[in-house]
Design a protein around this ligand. Structure first.
Ligand SMILES: C[S@@+](CC[C@H](N)C(=O)[O-])C[C@H]1O[C@@H](n2cnc3c(N)ncnc32)[C@H](O)[C@@H]1O
Length: 316
């Protein structure tokens, strides 16, 4: 008992902000939250594709319900605030329905302004047979007003050619880039090669991404971190209305922001709480932000044409 207190104080010093995960239904719980509390809502809603946590319904019914949720989200967003909505495709008998196209109409009707349609690209996943394999999802970033928080300097990435200079005009000879790095653009490739096995939930494929839990559709922390840093300030409040295993809460704590998550599955709430505890104990494995994506070397076994194919190609 004597020993514990100073340690707890130290933990609070490391992660002083609040993180609450509420067990319950999003629409019901949102109604209890005061207006304009959050500078950022970031989430990946259920896609209505029949994952174990959702009951598949028609796309019309699904969107009608989601519009009620989004109306509440707009109400709880501050005037300088943003909503980041990460979605992929709804699939019906091999036909794809890009959910961002449908969601855009809803947000626009509610008066929000789209600032970026971020393409989150990943190099691996399921191989389609009757169409090209899907390799990206999108994040729609909306703001409530024209006067919104945007901390570009906090998310700049290293320039490819920092020594590049203007070669003509008034600035000829001067360095053309920014010493703090370049704008990360609206195409994000921030996933390691083995992340997608988790994203696509392929049975029997054991993902070895350092952050993977039992959740079938978990965000990488790094994806949330970039939005947290760019779109909120220290001590801002952040909401994830479909919080899964608490990825948003982790990104918020690391960067000194407060967060609330809402999640209807007890198992995921428990996993989220365990991850938060592990973070506070210093035992949560995370992939560092902006770590380069693994590229196999030409001589790595995985990058070489397998012997079976060499023989086949010789026969042709
Ligand atoms: C795509 S996952 C989000 C995963 C999350 N981004 C993470 O990194 O763990 C969607 C989550 O929404 C939850 N969910 C679905 N419908 C819900 C509802 N009506 N209320 C609360 N949570 C819900 C699901 O259980 C699931 O965990």
């Amino acid at each position: 008992m004597q020993l514990k207190e100073p340690i707890n104080e130290f933990i609070e010093y490391l992660y002083p902000n609040s993180s609450e995960i509420i067990l319950g239904d999003t629409l019901y719980q949102l109604k209890k939250i005061e207006d304009e509390k959050f500078d950022l809502t970031i989430t990946s809603p259920p896609y209505n594709i029949g994952k174990k946590y959702e009951t598949k319904t028609s796309i019309e019914k699904y969107l009608k319900h989601q519009e009620k949720v989004i109306k509440e989200l707009v109400r709880v967003t501050s005037n300088k605030g943003s909503i980041c909505w990460q979605v992929g495709n709804y699939v019906e008998k091999g036909e794809i329905f890009p959910l961002d196209i449908y969601y855009y109409q809803i947000f626009k009707r509610l008066g929000l302004k789209l600032r970026n349609r971020i393409v989150w690209h990943f190099g691996h996943g399921l191989h389609a047979r009757n169409r090209f394999s899907g390799r990206y999802e999108t994040i729609l970033w909306f703001t409530k007003s024209d006067d919104y928080i945007f901390n570009l300097d906090d998310v700049r990435v290293p320039s490819k050619y920092p020594g590049k200079r203007h070669f003509k005009g008034a600035k000829k000879g001067q360095i053309s880039g920014n010493p703090k790095g370049k704008n990360p653009s609206d195409i994000w490739e921030i996933v390691v090669k083995d992340w997608e096995s988790g994203l696509w939930n392929i049975p029997n494929v054991k993902s070895n991404h350092p952050e993977k839990t039992a959740h079938p559709a978990q965000f990488p922390v790094e994806l949330v971190e970039r939005c947290v840093l760019a779109l909120t300030n220290k001590d801002s409040w952040i909401l994830d209305p479909y919080s899964g295993v608490g990825t948003t809460a982790i990104a918020a704590l690391i960067h000194y922001r407060n967060s609330i998550g809402i999640e209807k599955e007890m198992d995921y709430v428990e996993l989220a709480e365990q991850r938060i505890e592990k973070l506070k104990e210093g035992n949560l494995k995370l992939r560092p932000i902006n770590k380069p994506i693994h590229q196999p070397k030409p001589n790595d076994k995985i990058a070489r044409i397998p012997e079976e194919w060499t023989n086949l190609l010789q026969e042709v």
